[in-house]
Design a protein around this ligand. Structure first.
Ligand code: SF4
Ligand code: SF4
Length: 348
């Protein structure tokens, strides 16, 4: 079946071992990191496999083009060391099996916007920013046909992803769109990072939502009124799979006239929303999650952020209410862009 393209030789003379020394959830010097990485490559047990928060960040930290996080997940599964409790894994794997027949496939001329499993958020994709796009996966009863499966990285289940992903790719490709914009960052990461890393063919062109929003705002530039807010950005785990697209965050903020506040936990040093950490139910998981969320929100407050801009709906669900309780308004990036061109947000 599909095999991870991981070049062990690149690790042999890697002096920094950034993949593990930069990890925000484990303390490790370069020598220890090298030793643990060699153990993982050799198929042996390692504390990394047992303590990984599945934040995806080591995929970005490795500047040598290797895939340390995919390797960690593969070895978690091979050694039976799943990051989540088995009952949660069984339920999660069952939950996303497509049901109620095949979706109706309408051929698309032009560009598609793939809602993935967020069919119920289709209202976020209205207004002038999204004019001319055809939405796919708008029926919640059929959304799992469009599920990118990458969530199972948090479950330590590479086998589930590799078993199901081909069918999802076929479903999206059947629409024959010229290009596919992915509403969910995780879908973009699946088709542009995960699939190539495992040699899985993707016959459609993928576009990151933020790149699309930036291009569309540029077309509507004359209608933009600077918003003049101070904003923080909650970077989602999957964004580590497409770090080259992270630049569009600041490019969009520049266009809509908001100040991206400088803070400790931003860009490469971003903290995860904590949703997966609490679900891990290891000793102290709940406390660890609350500590991370506290550090993150306190950092936004100290930097003077008035808004917290979200990319991922799951991060919004986990952290949105908490930032609001601390006086910072949560907002999706698409809604920020809508405000800038004089439209109302999707929820108003
Ligand atoms: S995965 Fe990348 S950063 Fe980690 S040891 Fe290998 S080459 Fe170095
Ligand atoms: S996924 Fe995150 S927590 Fe796990 S080893 Fe990589 S950087 Fe550390």
């Amino acid at each position: 079946m599909f095999k991870l393209r991981f070049d062990e030789n690149r690790c042999l003379d890697c002096e920094s071992c950034d993949c593990l020394t930069k990890c925000q959830y484990m303390e490790m010097d370069a020598e220890t990191a090298r030793c643990e990485m060699q153990k993982i490559i050799a198929g042996q047990d390692s504390p990394v496999l047992r303590n990984c928060a599945t934040c995806y960040a080591c995929e970005e930290y490795c500047s040598r083009g290797n895939h340390p996080f995919y390797l960690i997940v593969r070895q978690q599964e091979a050694l039976g060391l799943p990051p989540l409790p088995e009952p949660i894994i069984r339920r999660g794997v069952q939950m996303a099996i497509p049901f109620r027949g095949e979706p109706l496939i309408q051929p698309i001329r032009g560009t598609a916007l793939n809602m993935g499993v967020f069919s119920t958020l289709s209202h976020l994709a209205r207004g002038r920013l999204f004019e001319g796009l055809t939405l796919i996966s708008t029926d919640p009863r059929k959304m799992f046909h469009y599920f990118c499966q990458l969530m199972y990285l948090h479950y330590g289940r590479i086998s589930v992803i590799n078993e199901r992903l081909g069918k999802t790719i076929q479903t999206i490709a059947a629409h024959k769109a010229d290009q596919v914009i992915h509403f969910h960052d995780e879908c973009y990461g699946t088709y542009t990072s995960y699939a190539p890393a495992f040699g899985i063919d993707v016959p459609f062109r993928s576009v990151h939502l933020f790149e699309y929003l930036y291009d569309r705002l540029t077309q509507l530039k004359d209608d933009i009124k600077p918003l003049n807010y101070k904003v923080a950005y909650q970077r989602p785990c999957s964004s580590r799979l497409s770090p080259d697209k992270h630049a569009f965050v600041n490019k969009i903020f520049g266009l809509v006239g908001v100040e991206h506040v400088q803070r400790r936990y931003m860009d490469q040093n971003a903290l995860c929303c904590g949703g997966t950490i609490t679900a891990q139910k290891r000793d102290g998981s709940r406390r660890r999650c609350l500590e991370i969320q506290h550090k993150n929100i306190e950092d936004m407050q100290q930097a003077g952020a008035q808004l917290c801009i979200f990319n991922c709906p799951a991060c919004m669900q986990t952290l949105g209410k908490k930032v609001a309780e601390n006086g910072i308004m949560p907002l999706f990036m698409s809604d920020l862009c809508r405000l800038a061109i004089g439209e109302k947000t999707a929820l108003t």
